[in-house]
Design a protein around this ligand. Structure first.
Ligand SMILES: [Zn+2]
Length: 230
């Protein structure tokens, strides 16, 4: 016999059908943002070593990074790409917080968050934030903060310029484009900060953000977590 919960679920689903953010299939009552098979088949990276891996290596010789991890691969032509497009461009801030919790569930038992004092999301320029209505990296950070209990600092860093899209830029051009891009607004001296972003490509944006923090607080420790790595 159908329970009251089932009945409400059917009614809500009739009014606003819930679909998988990757394949678009209808979700059943137990599935949240992705259907079971898409959740199973996401291109997870399964980072073994938080100190030496392809994400961490992108920062070597640029900024001192303690631990670094990216959660999944970013394949432009794969179906999983829909997830990142939805998070960024289809007004799905709810996906960010959910993915943040998913990352925390995977990484918490493995000690990734040990000793981390605070979480800082790579900020958007206020104009872009206003246009989009949210910052997808902050939504990820919000989910991480909720699941780990580590506080999220919302105003620690600001993006000083609305920089050009970096999609077609070389690494050198990205480095140039990100110089003085961020400003730290508070001292994080002596703290271990987790910097969070959606996609890691060359590491130029995250390095610039970390550098802004280091300029104000030279003895800060920095770890990095991104949802995806290109
Ligand atoms: Zn699916």
């Amino acid at each position: 016999m159908a329970t009251l919960t089932d009945w409400f679920y059917d009614l809500f689903n009739f009014i606003r059908p819930r679909t998988c953010a990757v394949c678009g299939a209808s979700l059943n009552a137990t599935e949240q943002k992705l259907c079971g098979s898409c959740l199973l088949e996401l291109p997870y990276i399964g980072c073994e070593d938080f100190y030496d891996n392809p994400s961490a290596r992108l920062f070597w010789g640029r900024i001192p990074v303690e631990r670094a991890c990216s959660f999944m691969h970013y394949h432009h032509d794969a179906e999983s790409h829909n997830l990142l497009v939805s998070l960024k461009y289809r007004h799905r801030p709810d996906l960010g917080a959910w993915l943040g919790r998913l990352m925390a569930r995977e990484l918490l038992p493995r000690g990734f968050f040990e000793g981390i004092d605070c979480i800082v999301a790579v900020p958007l320029h206020w104009q872009r934030h206003w246009q989009r209505g949210y910052n997808q990296s902050r939504e990820l950070a919000r989910g991480l903060s909720k699941a780990t209990g580590i506080p999220l600092l919302r105003r620690a860093v600001v993006r000083a310029r609305n920089n050009k899209s970096q999609t077609r830029m070389s690494t050198a051009e990205r480095m140039q484009n990100t110089q003085q891009l961020f400003q730290a607004r508070m001292s994080l001296a002596g703290r271990h900060v987790l910097l969070v972003d959606d996609v890691l490509t060359t590491g130029a944006t995250l390095s610039a953000c970390a550098q802004a923090i280091l300029d104000v607080s030279p003895d800060v420790r920095i770890s990095i977590l991104t949802l995806a790595r290109a």
